[in-house]
Design a protein around this ligand. Structure first.
Ligand code: GLU
Length: 317
């Protein structure tokens, strides 16, 4: 306990605003580089030359730089919110239907699913997120509204929307997701109709949030499962630990090993160019820049997280 508090206090003695300014200027040469996701056509229209970063501490301070208040499509970052809801609803029974190991494959790969008889490797690859979506649909009447209010409460922003255009664009081109969901259903690991699961999944991916929203929205995972602003317990301390562990091992597509090596924090990324990271007992942060590297992680975002842990000395290791 003393150790945790002192880590937090040591961090607050640093000039966090100046650190964020320094990071923004250091990663500037990468902003606009990489490739904006274009397999979801509407995401291809997002201008690449943007960069924002925000930090929210467990005692309620928020620091931001650049385009940190610009809302964007959070895509796979939403998988952490739905995992939280599914675990709250069914507890450890979830692990009979989805695994907890890194996949070593692309996030939308089909190959493993056949060998492993419809049990996705982890909740953060698309197949795993479909199973989690199925659980949320079964357990929560008006699941979409429940997700929206869950996210709005965590972020203290009642205006966070799900962008219907993004959900529609993904639905129109979601051939791989449809293949995955049908395949899982053929093994009996989806209960709801495939269309209902995909509709919910596309809408969770279409949540629009800013870096400030996301940093605030992830504080419960930094704060041992409790919300900072309300003091409300969102999940147990143990469950927060487990979700953080999954983010560390499976949160950045097939680059999780590299992220553990360079950044050393639980991180979740999305193809909209957003990334969130958790420093347990200290803070949550989010970074956004739409240009992606070949594994699907934000190029400037990854560099920014790397610099943050180097400059502050914060990591779980
Ligand atoms: N909606 C995207 C998909 O299913 C999410 C991908 C991501 O952000 O990783 O392909």
């Amino acid at each position: 306990m003393t150790l945790c508090n002192s880590t937090h206090e040591t961090f607050l003695q640093q000039d966090v605003a100046a650190i964020l300014e320094q990071i923004a200027s250091e990663v500037q040469p990468l902003v606009g580089k990489g490739k904006v996701a274009d397999y979801i056509p509407i995401l291809a229209q997002v201008p690449a030359e943007q960069f924002g970063m925000a930090v929210a501490t467990i005692d309620g301070r928020v620091y931001a730089v650049g385009d940190a208040n610009q809302a964007f499509s959070i895509q796979s970052i939403s998988k952490v919110f739905t995992l939280t809801m599914a675990l709250e609803a069914v507890g450890d029974a979830l692990w009979k239907r989805v695994g907890r190991e890194p996949s070593g494959n692309a996030f939308n790969s089909l190959v493993q699913l056949e060998r492993e008889r419809g049990i996705p490797r982890n909740p953060f690859i698309n197949a795993g997120a479909h199973v989690v979506a199925d659980v949320v649909l079964s357990q929560y009447p008006n699941a979409r509204e429940r997700l929206l209010s869950f996210v709005r409460e965590r972020a203290s922003n009642p205006d966070i929307p799900m962008d219907p255009e993004v959900a529609r664009s993904e639905h129109e081109t979601g051939f791989r997701n449809a293949a995955l969901a049908n395949f899982i259903r053929s093994f009996g690991n989806l209960v709801n109709p495939v269309d209902a699961v995909l509709d919910f999944y596309y809408h969770q991916c279409a949540l629009r949030m800013s870096c400030v929203d996301l940093a605030r929205g992830f504080v419960y995972l930094a704060n041992r499962g409790s919300c900072q602003h309300s003091g409300e317990r969102v999940i147990s301390q143990e469950r927060a630990k487990r979700i953080n562990a999954l983010m560390l091992t499976c949160g950045t597509y097939d680059a999780a090993g590299d992220f553990a090596f360079h950044v050393g924090l639980p991180v979740k990324s999305g193809v909209g160019g957003g990334m969130v990271a958790v420093v347990p007992n200290v803070l949550a942060m989010a970074v956004w820049s739409p240009g992606l590297d070949e594994k699907g992680n934000s190029l400037a975002g990854a560099a920014a997280l790397d610099r943050f842990t180097a400059l502050t000395g914060l990591s779980v290791f």
